[in-house]
Design a protein around this ligand. Sequence first.
Ligand SMILES: CC(C)(COP(=O)(O)OP(=O)(O)OC[C@H]1O[C@@H](n2cnc3c(N)ncnc32)[C@H](O)[C@@H]1OP(=O)(O)O)[C@@H](O)C(=O)NCCC(=O)NCCS
Length: 182
Amino acid sequence: MLEPVELDGGVVMRLLAPGDGPALAAAYERNREHLAPWEPLRTPEFFTTSWHERDVAGAMLRLEAGALIPLVLAAGDEGAEIVGRVNLSDLVRGVFQNAHLGYWVDGRFTGQGLATTAVGIALHHARAAGLHRVQAGTLVHNLASQRVLERNGFERFGLARRYLRIAGEWQDHVLFERLLED
Ligand SMILES: CC(C)(COP(=O)(O)OP(=O)(O)OC[C@H]1O[C@@H](n2cnc3c(N)ncnc32)[C@H](O)[C@@H]1OP(=O)(O)O)[C@@H](O)C(=O)NCCC(=O)NCCS
């Protein structure tokens, strides 16, 4: 379980690893403009290696605790470049067996089906982890992301008003769910 998976174009999808801080800082710097409309406002520290080294260390603890499945898309020589992320976060057990899904793909790699394939693999991991349901929210105008979800069998189940503070504004989100037994 959670073995690396080879995708088209020399991209490998694997678990986040302790040494990923520098590649993540570089990836967010390269994709500053591409990601800005879809993410929280970032501080200057966010783009530093030390910020990401601390963040990766926190993610490793949450992975160990069973609360997070953090995945990255790696490319280039020996997978040195990170060109995307997929997170299954806030895993809740008991009667819920639910996780939240988030993802992005490097601007140079979009439009090739990468996010669609990567979300499909994340669903496989979610199922293998014994989850029952995965939930995701997209900005109302994020049609590409909605398409990625729909192609992976997600269904819309609601509209959450002013749900997340994205790009500095509380913005409405379309909510999607995928029941993993379906
Ligand atoms: C959304 C995102 C992950 C998509 O990644 P990707 O690898 O290009 O996605 P895919 O190629 O697998 O699929 C994209 C689909 O959206 C479609 N699409 C792209 N732009 C679109 C648009 N403006 N309107 C409607 N559909 C669009 C594509 O045609 C494709 O559908 P198809 O395969 O049926 O043709 C990527 O653009 C990204 O990282 N965006 C910024 C961060 C983000 O939005 N993350 C998600 C937050 S919920």
